[in-house]
Design a binder for this molecule. Structure first.
Ligand code: NAD
Length: 494
């Protein structure tokens, strides 16, 4: 969680959101086809508002605007310090408009307002502050070449970035791409997820208010199969920064690969969370709960495979079964709510399907597993499944809902093997009091981030990203800037 935390008990009202248009070249435009699509409130299933449904001609216009802003505008050419000032203004405007951002993100995603405020909005403000600082640190090198030539090596922006993002943390995941891409001097065409496009459109207003020049950030809303796919193919886009499922990421990489377009892929996960026999069990159970219920399990780094030293197994399952039914679940606009609805009927149906599969596979539903009917919302409770085999679909496939499997292990070697036994490698974690074990096990876990005695400790300064089919590239940290720049060597003859 973030330093910029504010009171968790502030009341907040559901916002009324005007129908939104596309943001292209600094202007708000209807889709040329005139088509619109509805956006639903996951806590009621009712329509909140509508957004323009972009077509290929709208994408072309957005790419043209971003291209012009990159090739002819000031953004790529201004000093890092000037860009930093504007990025800091983005953070300032966000801070001023926090309540609007919180309400928009919560009504769109069904995210409890408490978390929208202290996690989502606060983190994105800090991300802009962090990359404002990074924008001023020009990295480079000087080398002497035998024969007397001298070379200097610097990084230049890539050009127009196509940013495609998923539904679950719209504000954070969009701006994980936009902040470093902007800091490096790129321009952007951003397509948020169709289910949750509202905060990206609100951010477009904030960018304009903060003084980001017209055309530098363009936001278009439309279906992934049409707009996302066309972005990956588009000759005017220089790089695709994609976050989403492994299946779609594979398709994006294939299409972008045909035009030799660099991509970064932040994909799915099925993270193993190990509790060793010497762990602080109470703390570990707390982290295990947080690790899979956060954002109603719609969290790429969710610790959805709990691996427990056999002597602790029954006590840990007992603690989970005892605690989970008491976690406040319900209206995202109630500041006491911890678990909101799932984002859509489709997402909830996927969790339900996997609970059916669990029973077919002979597993035991220890707690949860049945939808909760409430005000027409897409509610599904935190669910724990035991007696699973490691080969089962429940253990191997990403569910993207609040469904945790629990497996016992006998040795450290077995815990590591189980943790590494899926095609994914986004995150992993271990609970132990033995520092030698921390080093030993962390070095062998095939995951882009490893948490010790906690879960989901994230910060804009600490990179994360996937091993294996969880993707490639990193977000956060100075490392992310490498994925939005390219290396230029200038060699001066003697
Ligand atoms: P998704 O793959 O269905 O969609 C992601 C984005 O891709 C959306 O904007 C969608 O419209 C677009 N899209 C769909 N088809 C496309 C195509 N053919 N070409 C280009 N773009 C296309 O993912 P989702 O359901 O929105 O999000 C959940 C997934 O995202 C999970 O697998 C989760 O693990 C992953 N995720 C990963 C991270 C990470 O940092 N690694 C973070 C969050 C979510």
């Amino acid at each position: 969680m973030s330093e910029a935390q504010v009171s968790v008990a502030q009341p907040i009202v559901r916002p009324l959101i005007e129908p939104r248009r596309l943001f292209i070249g600094g202007q708000w435009l209807e889709a040329r086809s005139g088509q619109r699509r509805e956006v639903l409130d996951p806590s009621t299933g009712k329509v909140i508002t509508s957004v323009a449904d972009a077509g290929i001609e709208d994408l072309d216009a957005a790419v043209l605007a971003a291209r012009k802003a990159f090739d002819e505008g000031d953004w790529a050419r201004m000093s890092g310090r000037e860009r930093a000032r504007i990025l800091l203004r983005v953070a300032e405007v966000m801070r001023r408009r926090t309540e609007e951002l919180v309400a928009t993100e919560s009504v769109d995603v069904g995210k409890p307002v408490t978390f929208s405020r202290i996690v989502d909005v606060a983190t994105v403000i800090e991300t802009y502050e962090y990359y404002a600082a990074q924008a001023q640190l020009k990295e480079g090198a000087y080398r002497e070449v035998p024969g007397g030539a001298r070379a200097y090596i610097c990084r230049e922006p890539l050009g127009v970035i196509g940013a495609i993002t998923p539904f679950n943390f719209p504000l954070i995941l969009s701006n994980n791409k936009l902040a470093p891409a902007l800091a490096a001097g790129n321009t952007i065409v951003h397509k948020p997820a169709s289910d949750t496009p509202l905060s990206a459109l609100l951010m477009a207003e904030i960018f304009a208010e903060a003084g980001i020049p017209a055309g530098v950030v363009n936001v278009i809303t439309g279906p992934g199969a049409r707009i996302g796919d066309a972005m990956a193919r588009h000759p005017g886009i220089d790089k695709i920064a994609f976050t989403g499922s492994t299946d779609i990421g594979r398709e994006v990489a294939r299409v972008a690969g045909e035009c030799i377009k660099p991509t970064t892929l932040e994909l799915g996960g099925k993270s193993g969370h190990i509790i060793f026999e010497d762990a602080d069990v109470e703390r570990a159970v707390g982290a295990a709960i947080q690790g899979f219920i956060f954002n109603t399990g719609q969290f790429c780094m969710a610790g959805t495979r709990l691996l427990v030293a056999r002597p602790l197994h029954d006590a840990v399952v007992g603690a989970l079964v005892g605690a989970l039914p008491h976690i406040p679940l319900g209206d995202p606009f109630d500041p006491a709510t911890v678990v909101g609805p799932m984002v859509s009927a489709k997402q909830r149906a996927t969790s339900e399907d996997y609970c059916r599969i669990a029973l077919e596979e002979g597993a035991t539903l220890a707690v949860g597993g049945q939808r909760i009917e409430k005000e027409g919302g897409f509610y599904f409770p935190p669910t724990v499944v035991t007696h699973v085999t490691n080969q089962s679909r429940l253990v191997q496939e990403e569910i993207f809902g609040p469904v945790l499997t629990v497996q016992a292990f006998d040795t450290e070697e077995e815990a590591i093997a189980l943790a590494n036994s899926t095609v994914f490698g986004l995150a992993a974690g271990l609970h132990t009091r033995d520092i030698s074990r921390v080093h030993r096990v962390s070095a062998r876990l095939k995951a882009g981030i490893v948490w010790v005695n906690g879960w989901a400790i994230l910060d804009p300064s600490v990179p994360f990203g996937g091993y294996k089919q969880s993707g490639f590239g990193r977000e956060y940290g100075p490392e992310a800037l490498h994925y939005y720049t390219q290396v230029k060597s200038t060699v001066i003859a003697p």
